[in-house]
Design a protein around this ligand. Structure first.
Ligand SMILES: Nc1ncnc2c1ncn2[C@@H]1O[C@H](COP(=O)(O)OP(=O)(O)OP(=O)(O)O)[C@@H](O)[C@H]1O
Ligand SMILES: [Mg+2]
Length: 399
């Protein structure tokens, strides 16, 4: 029953037998069996592993299997992180988070994770295919569900760490052709911080443009506010037509080639170009929300992805047939409107994060409002920065 490996000799687990000394061919896993899944195709490779298409031979469900490169599984620290993160991520259930089905080790020791196979393409491709800036409306519509997904993850103690437009997939869901789904919780930047593993792998850590300054200092000392930063970079990129926050106006194509250290140095300066230099039509309040998310001091950022997405939504006016940002959020991520207080920052104990603070007595607020009667935060008054400060103030009382 099912698809049997045809073109390869296999061992008792159905894995292809590789002759000792032979360079392991990435594609050689095609036809291999992983539990009840049979690998059917090679989908691509990222920094930490290769991704294969697979089919569950009984359920016929289409899955994707990410198999870590061998070098990532030679370090006990990395394996422990990988397992912890897979365990935590597998408990997340959210319409904008890919479902994790299984995690284990192949015969040779390589670790894998099995998830839903998504039919669609990454946000990076959608953005690049679009000529020029995306509208505030599209950006808000794409980012609000992602913010909701991140809030759900943070509430469960999982920080993404590797958020970027490659790890947000756009799929068809009902009438929505661009429903965003988050991939790779905790996995995308697995090897960072393990200098030995990186040296063995001969790999660079990749461009740090989505990494928050605190993450550049210590890749594992991050919390949910590092994800807010990455969301800020993505928002910047979407509404400016592909420019990045610290990119000089002349270095459009060369910026990503700068050394990680050079990029990191700029990120710490907070001397970034206002997104309105690229897209003059952006409202000041919208640009200010993005700049606040990119603050080098995590305490000065919107405290949660939710707060950031709401700030973007509030700054997006209705325009002609286009609804306001708040109406869009109502449609795509209405939970952002009803949960008025930030999720508990309860990190999982293995993630080297600050311990969860004791929870103060909560005053009755909109989070307690019955579903269906969303109570919004007070409409912004004063400058966006004032408002961001107020949001932070209320969040800080939780910390
Ligand atoms: N669940 C999935 N369903 C379908 N395609 C996927 C899935 N996960 C990953 N892919 C595809 O497999 C390829 C490799 O993904 P991978 O996550 O390894 O790299 P990446 O996202 O480019 O970089 P990173 O290492 O930062 O995650 C990409 O083309 C990605 O679009
Ligand atoms: Mg990825």
């Amino acid at each position: 029953m099912g698809v049997m490996p045809k073109e390869h000799s296999t061992d008792e687990d159905g894995l292809p037998i590789t002759v000792a000394g032979e360079a392991p061919d990435r594609a050689s896993l095609i036809g291999a069996r992983v539990g009840l899944h049979v690998i059917t195709a090679h989908l691509g490779e990222g920094r930490v592993g290769a991704v294969y298409a697979a089919e569950h031979e009984v359920l016929r469900a289409r899955r994707a299997i990410k198999v870590l490169f061998p070098e990532w599984t030679q370090s006990a620290t990395i394996v422990q992180r990988f397992v912890n993160e897979a365990r935590a991520a597998s408990s997340l259930r959210h319409r904008s988070i890919v479902e994790i089905h299984d995690c284990g080790q192949l015969t040779g020791g390589r670790w894998y994770v099995i998830m839903d196979q998504l039919e669609g393409s990454p946000l990076s491709r959608f953005r690049a295919a679009h000529q020029g800036p995306l509208s505030m409306h599209v950006a808000t519509e794409l980012l609000a569900p992602i913010a909701s997904a991140l809030d759900a993850a943070h509430a469960a103690g999982v920080v993404h760490r590797g958020l970027g437009p490659e790890n947000i997939f756009l799929v068809q869901r009902g009438k929505n052709a661009r429903h965003p789904i988050l991939l790779d919780f905790g996995i995308a930047r697995l090897g960072e911080g393990d200098a030995a593993a990186l040296a063995r792998a001969g790999k660079s850590v990749g461009s740090p443009v989505y990494l928050a300054p605190e993450q550049l200092r210590d890749p594992w000392l991050v919390d949910r506010r590092s994800d807010v930063y990455a969301l800020g970079v993505i928002a910047y990129e979407l509404v400016t037509g592909g420019w990045l926050p610290y990119q000089d106006l002349v270095e459009r194509d060369s910026y990503r080639q700068l050394s990680a250290a050079a990029i990191a140095q700029r990120q710490l300066s907070w001397e970034l170009t206002d997104p309105r230099r690229h897209t003059a039509s952006l409202p000041e309040q919208f640009a200010a929300a993005i700049l606040a998310a990119l603050h080098p001091d995590p305490a000065r950022r919107p405290p949660t992805p939710r707060a950031f997405a709401l700030a973007l939504a509030e700054a997006t006016p209705a325009e002609g047939a286009l609804p306001s940002g708040l109406d869009l959020v109502q449609t795509y991520a209405s939970e952002l409107l009803v949960r008025a207080r930030p999720p508990d920052p309860a990190p999982s104990p293995d993630l080297d994060e600050e311990p969860a603070p004791p929870r103060p007595q909560a005053p009755a607020e909109a989070g307690d409002a019955p579903a269906g009667t969303p109570k919004l935060d007070a409409k912004p008054h004063g400058t966006p920065q004032d408002r961001a400060d107020r949001e932070r103030g209320s969040a800080d009382s939780w910390n």
